[in-house]
Design a protein around this ligand. Structure first.
Ligand code: ATP
Length: 261
């Protein structure tokens, strides 16, 4: 049997929220959950607000500590790698490029930044990689001198994708990265991500509250509800015969919303 790229076992998270009558209080954000992600595979993590999606994503990229459980990357514990090494394996794209991209940096500087902090590349090598990555995401070398306010929303999200690619990661987590985009830009970014997946063999984790958005691009799906993993399986199976009543309701509600539009 081949080793999965990412293997998460009994991962849980509880946040300390303060004291009540001298006792420590916690918010159980994630009950122990287990799942795997293969090379080149796309996993959708869906759930309503507060279900624990972002907590899980933040733990995977090392921005949050887990409370218990184990994360293996290519058969080795992720904990055994430092943050710099983790950055190279798993990168994240966020919902709003207007907040995730520093407006004071040029596009070239934004793309160079991960290389500057995480590699020993020379200025020339960094510049070559910036140009090459701009090309990969459908932008021009000249865009390196632009600032975020000078480009369109779609181009900004392309820059966010480019920034995620700079360290040649194996997994990209897109945390609601398509949600705020208007429909035509959304399909352009989605096509770009699918093209990059083919070209670079990337694995994706799409984190979204919107089942319909991730349905056609994911291989498998996990449904979180109040921090519990209540359903997981191949997308088609989950949509055709959901095991959990909550999933069936979510599918029915969101399909109704799409029909109304
Ligand atoms: N830093 C924190 N301290 C305490 N509780 C937190 C913290 N961050 C998240 N939580 C709680 O953990 C739970 C899961 O939150 P999380 O943000 O992961 O959910 P989500 O599904 O990503 O929601 P959204 O779509 O609104 O971002 C929620 O109850 C939230 O209030």
């Amino acid at each position: 049997m081949t080793t999965p790229l990412l293997k998460v076992t009994s991962l849980s998270k509880r946040y300390f929220t303060g004291y009540h009558r001298f006792k420590r209080q916690y918010n159980e954000a994630l009950a122990p959950i287990s799942f795997e992600l293969g090379r080149g595979e796309t996993l959708a993590i869906v759930g309503e607000a507060g279900s624990g999606k972002s907590t899980l994503a933040r733990i995977l990229v090392g921005a949050e500590q887990r409370s218990s459980g184990d994360i293996q990357f290519e058969g080795e514990s992720l904990e055994s790698r430092n943050l710099k090494q983790r950055c190279r394996l798993i990168r994240m794209i966020f919902q709003d490029p207007n907040t995730s991209l520093n407006p004071r940096l040029s596009i070239g500087e934004l793309l160079e930044e991960p290389l500057r902090f995480n590699t020993g590349m020379s200025a020339h090598e960094r510049s070559v990689q910036v140009t090459e990555t701009l090309r990969k995401v459908g932008l021009l070398p000249e865009h390196a001198d632009f600032y975020p306010h000078m480009i369109s929303e779609g181009q900004k999200q392309r820059v966010a994708v480019a920034r995620a690619l700079m360290l040649s990661p194996k997994v990209i987590i897109a945390d609601e990265a398509l949600t705020a985009l208007d429909l035509s830009v959304r399909s352009q970014i989605l096509n770009l991500l699918l093209h990059l997946q083919k070209e670079m063999g990337l694995s994706y984790i799409f984190v979204s509250h919107n089942l319909n958005l991730v349905r056609h691009v994911s291989d498998k799906i996990m449904v979180l509800h109040k921090g519990q993993l209540i359903e997981k399986g191949p997308v088609q199976k989950v949509f055709e015969s959901p095991e959990h009543e909550y999933t069936a309701r979510l599918i029915a509600e969101q399909t109704r919303q799409v029909r109304k539009r």
